[in-house]
Ligand binder design. Structure first.
Ligand code: IVH
Length: 675
């Protein structure tokens, strides 16, 4: 299936679920059973997990972005619920303090005492108590008006329903954060990206009984309207909250001076992974209520408080274990299993340690406190170790010398660099090593290989665990009846998968060769081999004919590739795979290439959009006519084909190098064609 088609189906499902939501939440009249609803939701989340390009703000995975449902009545906050400005650096904090001192017209050096409170990443709520009774609970909403979620909030055990203390104000809005503990999130992590989304989802259930199912907690930290509150500062207020029966953050502290704020920030950042609640920074509040009052607010944030946020792509955690994962080529990759930590909204529990040499170089050990980075879509990795946190009982990590399949591992010697590889690997046993086989299956279905839609790495893992697939041919003989019944599947998903698999039974020889995952045979070499063999039968006959050395005549195939190809064909299991695949697939012959075509010795590069012809088609037209394509403008380039909205830089460099710039028609004319 094409990307656009998957996206279309995905959006269709989202539209459908939002329609169900409308009936369920707004009209209070569900049109489908919970099972049908849940299955659809799981299908959407499975699709998102398998295709990173899918995203929609209306997706059920984005629970936080939900439109306020009409089932909850709206109500005004007597005192608005403000937000906080953010600080990201020491400099930001210095400025924050400077502004306060200036505003209060104090001299530099005036000591300000702050209440430093870890900022729980949950959902804020405002609880109104009258004469000691909880009478109403509102969500933040837009700060001025919230949703009346009293019935859901009263299911939370941390929220006192009645307070008898004598000094409890006659009327007060107690404000704080509703959150879910990390340990409870463990059971929900397939459904939500992070604990905050899970808490939000639970809090907005129509039925409070459903809210009860996901254990929510409440920590109090401020107040809105208050009548007769006899406290003078934030720390006094926090103390009172505790006396009245609320939970407060055990890590709250009173601190003065930016340097001390920074030290506390780093201390807490290191403890983050040990906490059972997610925090995304520290809130600093001027402790004195008189000063708070004088400072007042700017727009919708107080001048007397700021949130010092943690980096959104780095976090400190602890290594619980080091696991060795086996890659498709047998490479042993050490992976740190870390205490789950939220990095930029994503719960991270694995971080790559790259290879054996990296572990030795950084002396990374189990139990170590480490900084983990998650940048963009790359796998999170350990960037440094905090040796000061290491216990003296800690031991060096000994990298296993054996693959989990039992084989001794090796380190290749690189003849060019005259060094041993940093990577240790299980010798290339291909599908014979079960662990490698699983990785080979992931390669087999991947984008440049069979490109089976909806058949991502996670599905390979799952089907492999369930013994549904062990070798490539199993993919084409799946038991869809069984799949339909799996958790999170259903008939629609199973049918979609069957469709995607069947669609790929016809494949070009070059893609087929590439998908076998023979070491050192990437896309380019697969293409060369496909052209050389022409048909699958000729490829299959290679071991019978035993004419391996002829492959060296192919420009681009050398000793390394030859050894690897021989190794592949020397294994009975591989020969069996080839003959089984032959039975279920239609492998198309390679097109013969013309080496004396019209574009012989000419190189091309396309910039901008062409009319009614894709880049891929232009590329194959060029290659069919003995031309070549290059990826950048250089002296080697003969023609730059310029379409609509070409890249300026490419045109300029081509002009500078006096390279011929042609349009689509001129290009087609070279082939005696017209568009
Ligand atoms: S005080 C005017 N204290 O942070 C004061 N907020 O961006 C505003 N939060 O919506 C709230 N921990 O959800 C305050 N100790 C804490 C907090 C805290 C978490 C959240 C709260 C608020 C957001 C402000």
């Amino acid at each position: 299936m094409k990307k656009s088609e998957i996206n279309k189906q995905y959006l269709k499902k989202i539209k459908l679920i939002n329609n169900y939501n409308k009936f369920y939440f707004d009209k209070n009249k569900p049109v489908v059973s919970d099972k049908v609803y849940d299955d659809l939701k799981k299908e959407i989340i499975t699709l998102e997990n398998n295709h990173i390009f899918l995203s929609s703000k209306n997706s059920p995975s984005q629970a936080v972005g939900h439109r306020p449902s009409k089932i909850f009545k709206k109500a005004s906050h007597k005192v608005p619920m403000l937000s906080l400005s953010n600080a990201f650096s020491e400099e930001d904090l210095i400025n924050f303090e400077k502004k306060i001192t200036n505003f209060l017209s104090k001299k530099e050096g005036f000591e300000i005492l702050y209440s430093a409170e870890p900022k729980i990443d949950g959902i804020s709520a405002s609880l109104t108590y009258k004469n000691g009774n909880l009478v109403r609970g509102l969500s933040r909403g837009d700060g001025k008006e919230g949703e009346d979620i009293t019935n859901n909030l009263i299911t939370i055990k941390d929220i006192p329903k009645k307070i008898l203390s004598k000094d409890f104000p006659e009327e007060i809005d107690i404000r704080g954060e509703v959150y879910i503990q990390n340990s409870d999130f463990e059971f929900l992590k397939d459904k939500f990206a992070n604990p905050r989304n899970a808490a939000s989802g639970s809090l907005r259930q129509k039925n409070p009984e459903d809210t009860k199912k996901i254990p929510l907690n409440f920590i109090a930290y401020t107040f809105g309207f208050a009548n007769d509150l006899k406290v003078e500062n934030q720390s006094g207020y926090l103390k009172k909250l505790k006396e009245w029966g609320f939970k407060i953050n055990p890590l709250n502290k009173l601190i003065s001076g930016v340097k001390n704020l920074i030290n506390n920030y780093h201390d807490i950042e290191k403890k983050r992974a040990d906490l059972d609640f997610d925090i995304d920074g520290i809130v600093y509040k001027v402790n004195d209520f008189v000063l708070q009052k004088r400072l007042g607010n700017v727009a919708n944030a107080p001048r007397w408080a700021i949130a010092h946020k943690f980096s959104s792509n780095k976090a400190v955690s602890q290594i619980k274990d080091i696991e060795i994962q086996i890659g498709r080529t047998g490479a042993l990759t050490p992976v740190a299993k870390i205490k789950p930590i939220n990095i930029g909204g994503v719960q991270v529990s694995n971080a790559t340690l790259h290879n054996e040499d990296e572990i030795i170089r950084k002396d990374i050990r189990i139990g170590d406190t480490v900084t983990v980075e998650r940048a963009g879509d790359v796998i999170p990795h350990v960037i440094s170790v905090d040796i000061s946190k290491r216990k003296n009982t800690s031991k060096k990590f000994i990298f296993p010398k054996k693959c989990p399949c039992g084989y001794e591992t090796i380190k290749d010697f690189n003849k060019i660099t005259k060094k041993f590889d940093a990577v240790r690997r299980c010798p290339d046993r291909g599908f014979e090593c079960k662990r490698i086989a699983k990785e080979k299956l992931k390669h087999f279905v991947s984008k440049e290989a069979f490109n089976i839609d909806g058949f991502g790495k996670k599905i390979v893992e799952k089907f492999w665990e369930l013994n549904l697939i062990k070798l490539p041919q199993d993919i084409f003989k799946l038991d869809y009846g069984k799949i339909e019944k799996l958790d999170g599947w259903g008939k629609l998903s199973a049918d979609n998968l069957r469709y995607s698999v069947d669609e790929k039974k016809q494949i070009s020889l070059e893609r087929f060769i590439y998908s076998l995952g023979i070491r050192h045979i990437g896309l380019e070499n697969a293409k060369l081999l496909a052209r050389y063999f022409g048909s699958f039968q000729k490829l299959k006959n290679l071991p019978k004919k035993n004419n391996y050395n002829d492959l060296l005549n192919i420009d681009g195939i050398g000793d390394t590739q030859l050894v690897s190809i021989k190794n592949f064909f020397s294994k009975d299991i591989n020969l069996k795979i080839l003959s089984e695949l032959d039975k279920v697939l239609n492998i198309k012959n390679a097109r013969l290439v013309n080496t004396r075509g019209l574009l012989k010795d000419k190189s091309f590069l396309v910039t901008g959009k062409l009319n009614n012809i894709s880049r891929a088609e232009v590329k194959s037209l060029i290659e069919e006519n003995s031309g070549t394509t290059v990826s950048s403008v250089s002296k080697k380039l003969n023609y730059l084909i310029s379409g609509e909205k070409p890249t300026k830089k490419k045109i300029e460099s081509a002009k500078a190098l006096k390279i011929k710039i042609i349009n689509q028609d001129e290009f087609l004319k070279m082939l005696n064609k017209t568009s």
